[in-house]
Design a protein around this ligand. Sequence first.
Ligand code: ZN
Length: 449
Amino acid sequence: MDIDDTGINEAATRLLGLEGVSVIKVKDDGSGGSAVYVVTAEDSARACPSCGVFATRLKDYRTTRPRHLPCGGRPVSIQWRKARWHCTEPACGRGSFTEAIRAVPAGMRTTAALRQAAGAAVCDGSRTVVQAGRDLHLSWPIVQRCFEDHAAKVLPETPPATSAIGIDETRRGKPVWKQNPDTEKWELVADAWHIGFVDAIGGRGLFGQVEGRNSASVADWLSAQPAAWREQVRHVAIDLCSTFRAAVHRALPHAAVVVDCFHIVQLAQRHLADLRRRLTWKQHGRRARKGDGIYTVRKLLRRNKENPTEEQLSLLKAELEYMGTYGRQIYAAWQAKELLRGLLHLAVSRTHVTPDRSAISAARHRFLAHVADHAHLPEIVTLAETVEQWWDGIETYLVTGITNAASEGNNRLIKLEARNAFGFRNRENQRLRSRCATTRRSRREAHPH
Ligand SMILES: [Zn+2]
């Protein structure tokens, strides 16, 4: 029933799914796979590639074996009997040509479907090049080429429109240290960084990455984007990094810098820890150890206000009180941190959509007045100075609620991708793979299969 009078097996042809050829027969190849014999089924294959005229004079046949996807879990070896034709057009200089179809372009030894599958496995399916090569019985360079072709097709050439972007840096691989034989000092010989540009609010992953850590590389990437895209960026989320701030002011003068709130809290924690260590040394002449009051409260100091229970809070207070002057100083620094956290808490969010400017202003002054009362503690004075230097960016965070969390999330994906690939030797390739990894989810949502 399946085999019509021309010898073509319709069912097997549909099953193979290779457009432009018809299956004549399928045999066991003796090693767990199928040998599939096909003939050309696309009329246009007869068109001369030089002049486009359909040829009528057959020259001879030859068999090629383009590599294709496995079928039903079994490897498939295709034996394609192709015609060679004479081009008889007087004005055409070609002489003869071999049939070619879209699914197997001329000169290709793999089918387009196989190349597409290999490219998609790496770009969209998070397989490594090595894994995809093993699955599809292709070599590393071929899978890499397929991946690059696929990525060029699916990644947007210019970044999608977004009113807020985030900038952040990630280390590219591990830093390499070497001991200088002359000075016997350890020196950093390789420490490459990538600066990433992400969609801060739309979740569309990385727009691009550049090498280096300086202001010029950031400004250059931003300036290289289309003017229309640059104009619609209103906010740029960054860490407390003046290099990035300078670059944003230069390349996107109309956009406002947003300081990532997470990094301000982290900075306050760090200053509090510095102060605690300094006073411990002053009091004991050594690091804190079990039995010291400061040791008991160390963990509590690191915690944020809402988290410790009333009981823990009174323990903290009692222990610090018991320590005397140093304890009171630590308590003052802890209060400064909490006042700052309270201020950051006023930021707009999903549940709290209108900024309360008078509350923000009052909280800022409470924090600064507290620091002024304890101006003999250099750690919290430095903290307050940093907050004032970055006030514009902090205030923009408070009234917009924009953070750089998207960068942090992407950095995790980038590191995971590098770990799976056992590191990247080629930086351009690493950037391309990182872009694919971070845009995977949003691309899937935009084009669900
Ligand atoms: Zn021709």
